[in-house]
Design a protein around this ligand. Structure first.
Ligand code: T1G
Length: 712
């Protein structure tokens, strides 16, 4: 006997003696209240139906379940009855076996739902994970208690604290799924057959309440050693430690007490500023792909072959991104030896990945085979996308684009990897400005996730959409910028760097500045970052726009310019703000005397500078310039600036980006602090510390940066 009834987000049917509860809440089966209510309603129906002997929980969509509905977190619905933890305990105590049918991604509460079932069958392509830690929280519906019981402490700890999903084979080997099916079209039928086999073999219902965590083979100091192993990567983050404490509890406590501990620590995480920051970034990354005035239904152009002009560090790194996802790449250089050097560097980078077990040797060969070198532009005639990554000089770039304009097929997308030059000027040098765009990769291009997409005035809508989709395909985080000096990232980096250089003249050492910013959560402080990027790179960039900087401040970046004249370019020459010998990095005793000398030349007072002043003058400059970038329309939304800074400049994810941080500490406080420095720093303060008009306006209206986005 078959009968089916449907809720808006859950389908229900009974096939003979198997009840099928099918999640149907696109796009990700988020376990919001309606879905929880639907699951509970049909779980009760199946439990009370005497004809039903087993229950299958499946999904109608491409994935199984993306977890709790994150949009509920800011309201009260997340705990509305049935709350997820309680619902899963009910399922766990079912008298009829429940089989979770994992057809695709099962993440967070989605995997927790599966773990509360009696059995789990996964499609070969499914992936399962508990990524809550990336949202500043922890698995709050039993994941920290059930996964250690089903998969062992080491696998559970690695999955929960890294947030990284595992594939079906790993899940099977770890013991938290029971079987894998290898064909998607017959997957539900296979799950129903599996349910029937379980019934025929009188397979028991199970509950983690009857299991304890097996610690017999756990290394004696496992948790201590694990904490040490993640210390660097999780520095400053709150949630990882809470995750570990839940798992330690699971090793000692019966299930219900462990669940109580998990709920307690989950609540502590949920109310933390870090959780707000990390959840802000989750939605910010997705918002960045929505372009005002461009319909999301705009069809992207096909990108199935790519060419990179220039086989240097950037060009080689860019090429790897495409080869990594199976897209053939033509790498063009002018001379054979340069081309060979570029290809050898790519192979060396892949060799390192093989040594680190990130890829296999066959994968290395597969990827290298996808990268073909050439010395002639004619080889590019059939490419769908060409990315120029040559020297940062407008004349050279124009020559390259003239050649591309002559040989590339109509409709090919012509991109420049420029980091500051005017994309409109480059586009105007071709007969097809509508096909020209900026694709600013960040070094190392095969590692850094951020891709700044620079939209020219004439760039066609479908070129924008095509490059956003392409960015996602090569696992980058795309953010669209308008055309303006430094676009978004380097534009707001400039005043941030300016303050660091000025603070040194006023008496703060490179080490003090680095420590303050590192302790705030930056991956690297400014002097160290400038040494890494190259003091010569910054110097040359400044010379291209001297009036913009030196014209307003004769002491602008003076300490950096002094080091440049001394040919101390940073790590690349073994000496910059620090002295580098191999991996050893030492403070350079000559820096502060040099800075004091320059200070005297410019009548700059040298004094004791507090950590607080260093932090405010650098970070608030990011915020102030970000407000200007917003106001000029270079950035569409403040969260785009946060996405850029957290994915391209090492800004701490647990702070959420400079603009989110400003909303958290209050824009009025930011404006008042800027005005204070405007007064106390004399002419320098008056020149550089005027609050951006948008900041002043928002304060006057009692609004936040976030309110701008929701308004638009
Ligand atoms: N809640 C609410 N909205 C979500 C969501 C979620 N969990 N996941 C995705 N979305 C939205 C997303 O913002 C976008 O919206 C649309 O769905 C498509 O997403 C108790 C408390 C599942 C791998 O962290 O990793 O469970 O922009 O573009 O590329 O322990 O979404 O279209 O308006 O990313 O196909 C834990 C987060 C939650 C998974 C699909 N789960 N999501 O990727 O689509 S906390 C996660 C993802 C939790 C429990 C705890 C991905 C995806 P819009 P998308 P996709």
């Amino acid at each position: 006997m078959n009968h089916a009834t449907d809720s808006a987000v859950v389908n229900y049917e009974v096939r003979d003696n198997i009840a099928i509860i099918s999640l149907n809440s696109p796009p990700v089966n988020g376990l919001g209240l309606p879905l929880r209510q639907g699951i509970q309603q049909y779980f009760y129906a199946a439990s009370e139906d005497p004809t039903v002997k087993a229950i299958v929980i499946a999904s109608s969509g491409k994935l199984f379940c993306g977890g709790a509905d994150i949009t509920e977190f800011s309201g009260k619905l997340a705990n509305a009855t049935p709350a997820l933890p309680a619902l899963l305990r009910e399922l766990e105590e079912s008298q009829k076996p429940i089989i979770a049918t994992i057809n695709g991604m099962a993440l967070g509460g989605g995997l927790e739902l599966a773990l509360a079932c009696d059995y789990r069958i996964a499609l070969f392509s499914a992936k399962m994970g508990l990524p809550e830690v990336n949202l500043g929280i922890l698995p709050g519906a039993g994941g920290t208690q059930r996964l250690p019981r089903l998969a062992g402490v080491e696998t559970a700890t690695q999955m929960i604290v890294s947030g990284a999903p595992v594939d079906a084979n790993t899940a099977l080997a770890s013991g938290f799924i029971d079987c894998i099916h290898d064909e998607s079209s017959s997957f539900l039928d296979a799950a129903i057959s599996y349910a029937r086999e379980l019934l025929a073999s009188n397979a028991p219902v199970k509950s983690c309440a009857e299991l304890s965590v097996d610690t017999s083979s756990l290394p004696e100091h496992f948790f201590t050693d694990f904490r040490q192993s993640i210390a660097r990567r999780t520095r400053g983050f709150y949630a990882p430690e809470q995750c570990i404490q839940c798992i330690e509890g699971a090793c000692k406590l019966p299930l219900d007490k462990g669940l109580a501990l998990e709920t307690q620590l989950f609540s502590k995480c949920m109310t933390s500023p870090q959780a707000r920051a990390q959840q802000h970034l989750f939605f910010a990354e997705r918002a960045a792909t929505k372009i005002p005035g461009v319909s999301s239904k705009t069809l992207p152009r096909t990108i199935s072959s790519v060419a990179i002009i220039g086989a240097g560090t950037m060009g080689g790194g860019i090429a790897m991104n495409f080869a990594n996802v199976g897209i053939p790449v033509i790498l063009l250089e002018l001379k054979q030896d340069a081309l060979e050097r570029g290809l050898n560097t790519i192979r060396t980078n892949y060799d390192i990945s093989v040594k680190r077990n990130k890829i296999t040797q066959p994968q290395l060969e597969q990827r290298m085979a996808l990268i073909q070198g050439t010395l002639t532009y004619n080889s590019l005639a059939g490419c769908d996308l060409v990315i120029e990554a040559v020297f940062e000089n407008m004349d050279i770039k124009k020559q390259v684009f003239a050649q591309l304009d002559a040989v590339c097929k109509p409709g090919a997308i012509l991109a420049s990897n420029t980091s500051t030059l005017d994309v409109n000027e480059i586009a105007a040098s071709t007969s097809r400005p509508q096909d020209v765009i900026g694709l600013h990769f960040f070094s190392p291009a095969n590692v850094m996730r951020l891709l700044e997409i620079v939209r020219g005035d004439k760039t066609a809508d479908d070129v924008i959409i095509s490059t956003i989709k392409m960015a996602q395909r090569i696992r980058k985080v795309p953010v669209v910028s308008g055309v303006g000096w430094g676009f978004i990232g380097n534009r707001i980096l400039e005043p941030y760097g300016r303050e660091a250089a000025r603070l040194m003249l006023e008496g703060a050492s490179p080490a003090q500045i680095d420590r303050v910013l590192y302790d705030f959560g930056l991956a690297m402080g400014l002097p160290s970052m400038i040494d890494l990027a190259g003091i010569d790179v910054g110097y040359l960039t400044r010379q291209a726009d001297r009036d913009m900087f030196y014209g307003r401040d004769p002491a602008y970046a003076a300490i950096c310019d002094k080091l440049y004249t001394l040919e101390r370019y940073g790590q690349k020459t073994g000496r910059g703000f620090y002295i580098y010998e191999g991996r050893d990095k030492q403070e350079d005793p000559e820096i502060m005397p040099l800075a004091n000398e320059i200070a005297q030349e410019h009548n700059i007072e040298v004094r004791e500078i507090s950590d607080k002043e260093i932090l405010e003058r650098t970070i608030y400059m990011l915020i102030n310039e970000g407000a200007k970038v917003l106001e000029e329309g270079i950035a569409y939304r403040s969260s785009d600036i946060d996405t850029i800074y957290c994915n391209g400049y090492g800004f701490p994810g647990h702070v959420g980006g400079p603009m989110h941080y400003a909303d958290e500490i209050g824009l009025e406080h930011v404006v008042n602090t800027l005005k204070q420095y405007q007064e106390t720093l004399g002419d320098y303060g008056k020149e550089w510390f005027s609050p951006a008009p948008l900041l002043e306006r928002l304060v006057a209206e009692g609004k936040s940066f976030k309110s701008l986005s929701t308004a638009s």
